[in-house]
Write a protein that binds this ligand. Structure first.
Ligand code: ADP
Ligand code: MG
Length: 214
């Protein structure tokens, strides 16, 4: 199995030191969860791993490429085709309907919209609705479906089920776990939900500036 994500010696501070000497290796089909108290730096770590923020120290390799050595267009291509980011605020195009939101991802990456996935997310009946009119939970599921439409190899999810009831959250996470098995992808999940975290292959806690395997 190939290593899709590797982090070596990551360190970052804003007003104070958030973490230092963070090392991580994730192989295809693996899922990893990160828990930790609010303010411990989980989102910052996810931003670093997902190419959005450069750390004070350390190196990140995605698909065996050192992301700080890629040319701009190579990094942009990697973000477009290989990396899927599910954040707390979902950045849907609110003026467009649900289908159009999915088509954007589909056009950018030349991948088909997966209608079975939409059925399993129970949003297949909402495709003509304006994204801005959907409930918080429906928007969240639509934004996850949009990310999966790209068929990314590396998925970052920051509290992806925060707006969902337990049953729906469990179903959506089930689809994410299924996806990474089927597509030889990986999932890095930040969550406050310990039972959800425990469903991942490896569970880490960000604590006292370190990533501790639990
Ligand atoms: N862009 C930024 N500029 C300055 N401080 C930041 C920035 N992003 C996060 N922080 C600070 O870093 C700390 C960790 O934030 P964050 O990574 O969001 O933690 P978590 O996701 O674990 O709650 C917080 O104190 C936050 O205010
Ligand atoms: Mg956070």
């Amino acid at each position: 199995m190939s290593i899709l994500l590797e982090a070596d010696g990551l360190e970052h501070s804003f007003d104070y030191l958030l973490f230092k000497d963070i090392n991580l290796q994730i192989k295809s089909q693996e899922s990893v969860s990160i828990v930790g108290v609010s303010g411990s730096g989980k989102s910052t770590l996810l931003h670093i791993l997902s190419t959005l923020l450069k750390p004070n120290r350390g190196c990140v390799k995605l698909l065996q490429n050192d992301i700080y050595k890629l040319k701009d267009d190579e990094l942009i291509a990697m973000r477009r085709y290989d990396v899927g980011i599910i954040f707390q605020s979902h950045y849907l195009f609110k003026g467009f309907n649900a289908t159009e939101n999915l088509q954007i991802a589909s056009l950018l990456t030349r991948q088909e919209i997966d209608y079975k996935l939409l059925q399993s997310f129970k949003i297949d009946h909402l495709l003509k609705s304006s994204a801005g009119r959907l409930s918080g939970g429906e928007q969240q599921r639509l934004s996850i479906a949009r990310v999966l439409t790209k068929k990314p190899k590396i998925i970052f999810a920051d509290e992806p089920t925060g707006n969902l009831d337990k049953e729906t959250a469990s179903c959506v996470m089930g689809s994410l776990f299924e996806y990474i098995q089927k597509h030889n992808a990986i999932l890095i999940l930040v969550t406050h939900d310990h039972s959800l975290a425990a469903r991942c292959h490896k569970c880490y806690e960000l604590k006292e500036q370190n990533l501790i395997l639990s």
